[in-house]
Structure formats: structure tokens, C-alpha cells
Design a protein around this ligand. Sequence first.
Ligand code: DX5
Ligand code: ZN
Length: 212
Amino acid sequence: MIVAPSILSADFNRLLEEVKECNNAEFIHIDVMDGHFVPNISFGPAVYKNLKGKVNNVFDVHLMISDPMKYLDDHVNAGADIYTFHYEAVNDVKEMIEEIKKRNIKVGISIKPKTDVKLLLPYLKDLDLVLVMSVEPGFGGQTFIDSALGKIEELARLKKENNYHYLIEVDGGINQETAKLVAKVGCEVVVAGTYIFKSQDRKKTIEYLKSL
Ligand code: DX5
Ligand code: ZN
């Protein structure tokens, strides 16, 4: 399992050290919130850009913002490796995918709990990552929504049947128990904020998730 610790739950006063403590995780999950698409404001590219070059984690950027096209270059310049926008936030999904690809970074689409996987069917062949939200986006520390399991299973089936290349990522309420559930139905990347950053031994928690 690929592990993506969400820095939303990290101590922003010592962000570099906090991310370094996650150096056994392949990704670092960067939750960008604009207080408009979601009812919370987190941070922008200025807050994480100085991490680039000091840590080896893949910058897995999750845009919970209303205008992901407008801020694309800011995040590319800040070192985003994967740019994951919300299906619900754009009118022209195809154009958004093309613009991200033009910048030679990876493209992901995220769907909220109430958004059906079927809406992604026309785009799956072009995606590097699909992010299934297992909580309503906007906050860390929420409870896992079980309906995410069926979506992961459906995405895993579609990937196998069509030989797509996207990674299946799940985000929200991941802990010791829910991580096992999502692994069983085909999840390939788990995002965890609270579970990792609030645990006694972060490296051990990350190793556990990697072992699934
Ligand atoms: C929620 C974010 C998640 C969140 C995960 O909107 O997209 O990445 O930080 O936090 P936990 O793991 O605490 O649910
Ligand atoms: Zn996220």
C-alpha cells in the first residue's frame, strides 16, 4: 500500500520536521482548501513550496477549491507532482485534464461521497489517480463513510477490465480498521491525517499501513 500522510493534521509551526518524520511514506498529501468549495481554509502553495528538495515524498496535492484552473501554475511552481482536482468543481473536466498534462505532472480527479463513479467513465483512461473521498471534504478527524467501499471496488474492476493505469486513492477517516477494509476492495493509496499525526510512533503507523 502507498501511504500519503495528510499535512492538514501536522504542526504547521514545524512543518519540515513533521514531514521528515514521514520519510518512510512514499507520498505526502497536501490538502488545499479555499473556504468556498469546502467550508474551511487550510493553506496555499506558499506554505509547502519550501519543502521541495528537502524531502523525497511525492507531493500529492488535493485541491478542494472552486477554481483549480486558476491556481494550477502556482502549485506546479511549488512542486506539485500530482494535481488532484474535484470533479464537482469544474465545468470542463477534459480541458482541466489536458492543462495539467501539458505541465508534465500527474493528474487526479477526486469525487465527494455523493458523487457517482459513473460520472468519471469518460475520463478514466486519461487519469493517473482517482481519489475517493470517504468523508465530506473540508476537515480532518471525521468518521469513515462506508459507501466509499463500493466505489473503490467499482474502480478496481474498471481498471482491471480496461487496463487503465490510475492509482486508486482513499481519503478520510482512515485508521487501523478502515485501512484494512479499503485494502481488501482494491485501494492502492491511503491518505491518513489524524491516524498518523496523532499516533505515538508515526513511522510504525506508516509501516503498518504500507504492509496492507
Ligand atoms: C479532508 C481531507 C483529508 C483529511 C484526512 O477534506 O481531504 O485529506 O485531511 O484527514 P483524516 O485522515 O484525519 O480523516
Ligand atoms: Zn485530502
